[in-house]
Design a protein around this ligand. Structure first.
Ligand SMILES: NC(=O)c1ccc[n+]([C@@H]2O[C@H](COP(=O)([O-])OP(=O)(O)OC[C@H]3O[C@@H](n4cnc5c(N)ncnc54)[C@H](OP(=O)(O)O)[C@@H]3O)[C@@H](O)[C@H]2O)c1
Length: 269
C-alpha cells in the first residue's frame, strides 16, 4: 500500500485524452496524486479508476468546460472544498479551430480564446500564489511548435495563442524562480492524440511522413523532466528542435515562403 500522507498533487486540464492523459500517467508514476479535469465526465471516471488501481494514487475529477468563463473559479473552489493543495498545474486542454478567421463565427473564436488563453492565465493566477507561499510549484503550459514558427492562413488564432503561452510562461518562470516555482512552456510538434480527429484534419495530416509525429507518452515524459529541471521553454524532439532553430536563424523571407508552400500543400485552411 502506497503511503499517501506526504504526497504532492498535480492538477491537469484536458486529462481525458491525448497528451493530458499521458501527463496524468507520468505524474502518477512519479508519486503525485491527481486532480483531473475535462468535459467528458465518463472518461475521467474510467481514467481515475485505472490510474488509482495502477499507481495507488488519489484521483479527484472535475467535469468542466473551460469555454465557460466561470470554470477556472469553479475548479479552484472545488479543489479548495476538497481540501486539496495543488503543487503542480498542467494547463493542457486545447483544440484547433480550422477555417479562415473571417469565415468563422465570433462565438467560436471567443470560446477558443477562453479555453486556450484566458483559462490558462486564470488557473495560473489562482494556483500560483499558494505555490509561492509554500515554496514549491510546477506549472506546465502546453503550447506548441506552432507558437515558434510563422503562421499561415487558417487556424488563425492557434499559432497566436501558443505564442502568447510561450511569452507568458517565460515571464512567469522568472517570477517563480526565487520561490522554487518552475514554469515551462511545452512545445510539441505533431503528436499522436485525438487532436486532429476532433478538428477534422486527420485525412490531411495523415499525408505527412510518420517521422514528423511523436507519441503522447514520450512528449509527457519529456514535459515532466523539463519542468522539474526548470526549463522555461521546451521543444519536444530533435526534429522539432531543429525546425525551431532553423526558423529562428534563417532569413525570415525564406522561412515564410517555405512554410507558406508547405501549408498550402497540407492544409485546406
Ligand atoms: N496533437 C498535436 O499534434 C499537438 C501538437 C502541439 C500542441 N498540442 C497541444 O496539446 C494539448 C493537448 O492536445 P492533444 O493533442 O492531447 O489533443 P486531444 O487528444 O484532442 O485532447 C484534448 C484535451 O483537451 C480537452 N478539452 C478540449 N476542449 C475543452 C474544453 N472546452 N474544456 C475542457 N477541456 C477541453 C479534451 O477533453 P474533453 O473533450 O473531454 O473536454 C481533451 O482531454 C492542446 O493544448 C494542443 O493544442 C497538440
Amino acid at each position: 500500500m502506497t503511503d499517501t500522507t506526504a504526497r504532492r498533487t498535480a492538477l491537469i486540464t484536458g486529462a481525458s485524452a491525448g497528451i493530458g492523459l499521458a501527463l496524468a500517467e507520468v505524474f502518477a508514476r512519479h508519486g503525485f496524486d491527481l486532480v483531473l479535469t475535462a468535459r467528458r465526465a465518463d472518461r475521467l471516471q474510467a481514467i481515475s479508476a485505472d490510474l488509482a488501481t495502477r499507481f495507488g494514487c488519489r484521483v479527484h475529477t472535475i467535469a468542466a468546460d473551460l469555454a465557460d468563463p466561470a470554470a477556472p473559479a469553479r475548479i479552484y473552489d472545488d479543489v479548495a472544498k476538497a481540501g486539496i493543495t495543488v503543487d503542480a498545474l498542467v494547463n493542457n486542454a486545447g483544440y484547433g479551430l480550422p477555417g479562415l478567421y473571417v469565415d468563422t463565427a465570433w462565438d467560436q473564436q471567443r470560446d477558443f480564446l477562453q479555453v486556450m488563453v484566458t483559462a490558462v492565465a486564470e488557473l495560473a493566477h489562482r494556483f500560483m500564489p499558494g505555490m509561492v507561499q509554500r515554496g514549491y510549484g510546477r506549472i506546465i503550459n502546453v503550447a506548441s511548435l506552432a507558437g515558434l514558427v510563422p503562421w499561415s492562413a487558417g487556424h488563425t488564432l492557434y499559432g497566436a495563442s501558443k505564442a502568447l503561452l510561450i511569452k507568458f510562461s517565460e515571464s512567469l518562470a522568472l517570477e517563480g524562480l526565487p520561490h522554487n516555482v518552475h514554469v515551462t512552456a511545452l512545445c510539441p510538434g505533431f503528436t499522436y492524440s485525438e487532436f486532429h480527429d476532433v478538428n477534422g484534419t486527420r485525412p490531411l495530416v495523415s499525408q505527412l511522413p510518420r517521422w514528423m509525429f511523436m507519441n503522447a507518452q514520450i512528449v509527457a515524459e519529456q514535459a515532466y523532466d523539463a519542468v522539474m529541471a526548470g526549463k522555461s521553454v521546451y521543444v519536444n524532439g530533435r526534429i522539432n528542435r531543429a525546425i525551431a532553430q532553423l526558423v529562428r536563424y534563417a532569413p525570415q523571407w525564406l522561412v515564410r515562403g517555405q512554410l507558406r508552400r508547405v501549408a498550402r500543400k497540407f492544409r485546406k485552411v
